[in-house]
Design a protein. Structure first.
Length: 270
């Protein structure tokens, strides 16, 4: 049901970094395309209308796939950074609040307004505390020119994935093919999907490094093989470490208190 997918570009076609001299490293060599199959939906897939629109732009680069071309490592890093928070189950009261999609959207907008109006550190800290836990379960994707809105969290032994891209427009055109939805799955299924993504990316890069060591056809592009191997060994440990820990730099009672303070202010302002 859930699969994190990617395709790496041929290393002979990857644009090098810098020009003195041009070079490629581990991160750069993961250039390619990434998407998420979730049921019948594909997250990170651009809509056909926006692709047609962008194709009309001057000097547009037509991608062979309907996804953004970028270093796949960035998606992998962002997902693994979220995993400890995703696997930390929400308390029942907060899970109930999140389940009401419309009221939760309105609450997030109110907190944004609170933070924008904050004129001292204490008020700003309240806003941060009220939403830090949700932000850590929000897939950022800041490298994309128009990021989708995707959230992942767990309740007991179930992982929820929600997306809502209906208001993400460029020149009045919806950017993302998957407009909105939510799925729930056993935590074990989510963990297996993350493990599979991690193992496939690390495995593809291991093969890529061996191929580069045996035959590199671009002598004008510098590759430090020993550095590649060191980073490969380090990267191979990240997935297991992320799946093996729970991360929380706040207490739930602090979150509840901050939310209550903001709600009290909201009620008094009515």
């Amino acid at each position: 049901m859930l699969s994190f997918n990617f395709r790496l570009q041929n290393p002979d076609e990857i644009r090098p970094w810098g020009d003195n001299p041009p070079n490629l490293h581990w991160f750069g060599l993961t250039f390619g395309w990434f998407w998420v199959d979730i049921g019948v939906q594909q997250l990170f897939r651009y809509s056909s209308k926006i692709l047609d629109h962008w194709a009309q732009e001057p000097q547009s680069n037509i991608s062979p796939l309907p996804f953004d071309d970028y270093q796949v490592t960035r998606y992998w890093e962002d997902l693994l950074e979220m995993v400890p928070s995703i696997l930390d189950p929400l308390p029942n009261d907060l899970a109930a609040r999140v389940s009401d999609i419309e009221s939760w959207r309105q609450w997030r907008e109110y907190v944004d307004a609170w933070r924008e109006a904050s004129d001292d550190d204490a008020s700003m800290d309240i806003g941060d505390t009220a939403m830090r836990w949700w932000i850590s379960r929000t897939w950022d994707n800041g490298h994309l020119r128009v990021p989708p809105k995707i959230w992942l969290w767990s309740v007991d032994d179930t992982v929820h994935i929600r997306w809502d891209c209906r208001d993400i427009l460029r020149d009045g055109i919806e950017v993302w093919e998957a407009r909105h939805g939510e799925v729930a799955m056993p935590k074990s299924e989510f963990i297996n999907a993350v493990k599979s993504f991690d193992e496939r990316l690390i495995g593809e890069m291991a093969k890529r490094i061996e191929e580069i060591k045996s035959s590199w056809s671009r002598p004008e592009v510098i590759i430090a093989v020993e550095s590649l191997e060191r980073e490969q060994n380090y990267r191979a440990t990240i997935g297991e470490n992320a799946l093996g820990r729970i991360h929380r730099d706040y207490e739930w009672d602090e979150v509840r208190a901050a939310m209550a303070m903001i709600e009290t202010n909201f009620e008094q302002a009515k």
